[in-house]
Design a protein around this ligand. Structure first.
Ligand code: AMP
Length: 433
């Protein structure tokens, strides 16, 4: 099967690595990819939001399946573009329709969807310029802390948790009146703060059936002990010790089934990955957000734990045959540690040579590249999040130690990573549940 994977981060390296293990994948193209994905297939230089260029490539290379890594092309309607085109409509498409992608592309859409289908989430109201004054009053009177969310995509920055009413009102004004997050914050969701512990749950769905992938927990803050600025993710672990069978039963019954059922009832085309950002409040699961694609860096622990052939799974999703597939999951724990450039998530420099990339054994540990590029035969840094190292272990502590051992041998100017990923689960030996 001739496959095109869109994206260029660590998530796409992990997806490419997994797709490349399938006997069905031949050839695999990654657009635009990175030096890591080039070892799993052939990188092609394409802008992933240039739909006409993607079409040209798919037609000329007789692509049979397209897998979309990041959300942007999905939110912009790549699925609908394919389905409306005679030459593209038969290509197996992994990713939701534009409407389905609204689960991530519009917080207000996602909240209303959850409300329609009785899915547990924080209480909320939405506001824009038309009911701005009412919004100011609502925000002022809201219990604290209060959560303000830009409705649209804001590169992961559109959520502000306010500790005082003064801060909340000023933030609310900045978002709506000053368009702090551009068009994304013309509409704002104001919601109740939920106090609990977060985890990421993933399914692959064919729009009717779904299969639960291994769950994961990511670590968003830059500093050890979850201190400092928010980032795109500094590491992840899987499995998550508190995601017990009892907890996951509640997640499936109260959240996943009503979500898939809701998509089906509303005739929303959705064949692909669906990511549930959840929070456990005293053992009860609530939805914080939906994402219409896999998470990064969670994919870098989820894919290594998935034993089932990924291409077979994706074909079954496009054929609405996921009910005939059974997933096999590696019982071991997996931990990934993200390596970033000094200064990230604020300003950082690029272009430093990365050494030690041959240090993983490709059996129990893997290096997934993200912000890298090749220059004169060398791999150099090309982003804030440079690469991540995933390792398996008997439990989270063991996997984390192995990952850090590999990291000891990797270097570039300004290298930084957290050494405490999975800290709250270490020495509990609960990693294997
Ligand atoms: P989101 O982009 O919706 O995932 O929000 C980013 C982060 O803000 C989440 O990962 C949570 O840590 C936090 N957050 C969002 N909504 C809430 C909420 N209602 N209560 C507590 N924390 C929240």
């Amino acid at each position: 099967m001739r496959i095109l994977l869109l994206g260029s981060g660590g998530r796409e390296h992990a997806l490419a690595w997994k797709i490349n293990q399938s006997v069905w994948a031949n050839p695999l193209y990654i657009a635009p990819g990175n030096p890591g994905t080039a070892r799993c297939g052939k990188n092609v230089s394409l802008d992933i939001t240039d739909f006409d260029a993607i079409k040209k490539f798919c037609v000329s290379e007789k692509i049979e399946m397209i897998v979309v890594g990041p959300e942007e092309p999905l939110v912009k309607g790549l699925y609908d573009y394919f389905k409306a085109d005679e030459e593209l409509e038969k290509i197996y498409f992994i990713g939701p329709s534009k409407k389905g992608a609204q689960l991530e592309g519009s917080k207000a859409f996602a909240k209303a969807f959850m409300q329609r289908h009785g899915i547990p989430t924080a209480a909320y109201r939405e506001f824009d310029a038309s009911n701005f004054e009412e919004g100011v009053h609502y925000v002022k009177e809201h219990s604290l802390p209060v959560v303000l969310k830009a409705d649209g995509l804001a590169a992961g920055k559109g959520v502000v948790i306010c500790q005082t009413s003064v801060e909340a009102v000023s933030e609310f004004e900045l978002m709506i009146q000053n368009e702090k997050f551009g068009e994304a914050s013309r509409k704002v969701v104001v919601e109740e703060f939920l106090d609990g512990i977060e985890l990421s749950v993933f399914v692959i769905t064919d729009g009717k059936n779904y299969l639960l992938l291994p769950e994961a927990k990511d670590y968003k803050r830059i500093g050890e002990g979850d201190k400092g600025l928010n980032t795109g993710g500094m590491g992840a672990v899987s499995p998550v010790p508190f995601a017990t069978p009892g907890f996951m039963y509640k997640v499936e019954e109260r959240i996943i089934k009503p979500t898939i059922g809701g998509l089906n009832k509303e005739a929303i085309d959705y064949k692909g990955f669906l990511f549930f950002g959840l929070i456990s409040v005293k053992g009860e699961p609530y939805v914080i957000e939906y994402n219409c694609r896999m998470g990064d860096p969670e994919t870098e622990v989820v894919m290594p734990r998935l034993e089932t052939d990924l291409v077979g799974l994706l074909v079954a999703a496009t054929q609405q045959e996921l009910d005939t597939v059974k997933l096999r999951v590696d019982e071991r724990s997996a931990v990934t540690v993200m390596v970033v450039s000094r200064g990230y998530p604020s300003a950082y420099e690029k272009g430093f040579e990365v050494t030690g990339l041959d240090k993983s054994d490709d059996k129990d540990s893997f290096i997934f590249q993200a912000g890298t590029k090749e220059e004169d035969g060398k791999v150099v840094t090309n982003g804030g999040r440079v690469l991540c190292v995933t390792a398996y272990g008997r439990n989270i502590e063991d996997a984390s130690e192995k990952s850090l051992d590999i990291l000891d041998q990797i270097d570039f100017e300004g290298i930084y990573y957290r050494t405490d990923i999975g800290y709250e689960f270490k020495s509990t030996l609960l990693g294997n549940r």
